[in-house]
Write a protein that binds this ligand. Sequence first.
Ligand code: DLL
Length: 454
Amino acid sequence: MKATAAPIKSTAADSSMWDPEERMSRDELEALQLTRLKQTLAYAYERVPLYRSKFDDAGVHPSDLHELGDLARFPYTTKEDLRSTYPFGMFAVPQQQVARIHASSGTTGRPTVVGYTSGDVDRWATLVARSLRASGVRPGYKVHNAYGYGLFTGGLGAHFGAEKLGCTVIPMSGGQTERQIQLILDFEPDTILCTPTYLLAIADAMTAAGIDPRSTSLKNAVLGAEPWTEEMRHELETLMDLDACDIYGLSEVMGPGVAGECVESKDGAHIWEDHFRPEIIDPFDDTRVLGDGEPGELVFTSLTKEALPIIRYRTHDLTRLLPGTARPSMRRMGRITGRSDDMIILRGVNLFPTQIEEIALRIPALSPHFQLEITRPGRLDELTVRIERREDSSTPESAAAALELSAQIKMHVGSTCTVQIVEPGTLARSSGKLRRIYDLRRNTDPAPAQGSAR
Ligand code: DLL
């Protein structure tokens, strides 16, 4: 793994800039969590019929929580719960007290609808501001926000946080890549906020237009909303001469800013544990809560949310909890390997796109632009990795790279696959979350788009 420890253009936020909660000892933090957890369980039980019936069915009552570990006795909440109470059935406040609604489109079924009181919106902004500051953004910076505005939590979530930090926000939203580039050149922002694959697309479009992506005013990028690897961080930092940090979140739990990465350590996002209690569970046996360091599925309980308190929400994100570093009392999450519901099972071998990204980016002739296509031409599943060669790689180099990639995938992942090298710029780009997997075994999945943005 390529470590990029030293900040390139940013400085660490010294502790005088931190929120008071960032300075708490672990004991103080856990005491705060316990108080808030008791309040949240009682609040959810009183106000949300679904929680009341789930707790009753499980034979637990909020008064059964005496210590943090007792949380394991309470039932999980799933996306299905939100869908079955669509649109507002899980809201804990009357609609008049809901200041904002967001929704995630989802690929199947009804969207998941989430709501915020004005207090929730304010706490959300505080946590995004905290995440941005940890990642090297400072009051007074110009922030180019290319997360999508609208029902997606990325755009407005990042916007309010950057404003709260005292930045000048450029609310660009996603798409219109040429315009993005023009505004970056004209307005000279210090920071860009977008998905990692969209930043890559912007950098590539700059190169194609004869602009050196290292020459812009950008000092840092705060990237999230999709899984990415250390190799991708190295790629982006080298390509654009900036610091790239991770920001994590999900709409059901809040939106961006549930966890943020510190620029001085670049070692995974610190979970803002004064507002969220994380757990890691065994995704295949959800009666098992795993210890710190063990890989599994991330589960969150909100501690301060008013409109939509969320108890033990199963994120499907796979990672592990690690001890705090730059913020010693807040635990970190390892990089998300992938989502349990996005895992490719190929002839019994489990595979995630992040594994391919990690391997491909270590091969000099290969670019980070790839798609995975799964087919079943006969009785067996087949995987094709379609990947763009780098602009400066020759035909023999890229042919050798294809062989190397398939050998490395066989060695590290255990899957046999076909690698197809394609010309630079021919695979679909996205201005938001990039889709990497095209599973053609299901006839509902359209064939991969090539050469157009999704
Ligand atoms: O993607 C919120 C967000 C916006 C986060 C902007 C960061 C920046 P959803 O659309 O509900 O919310 O999608 C949440 O995206 O469960 C993860 O699978 C994935 N995800 C979000 N951030 C990261 C990240 C937003 N930093 C889902 N690394 C989550 C890996 C991420 N995956």
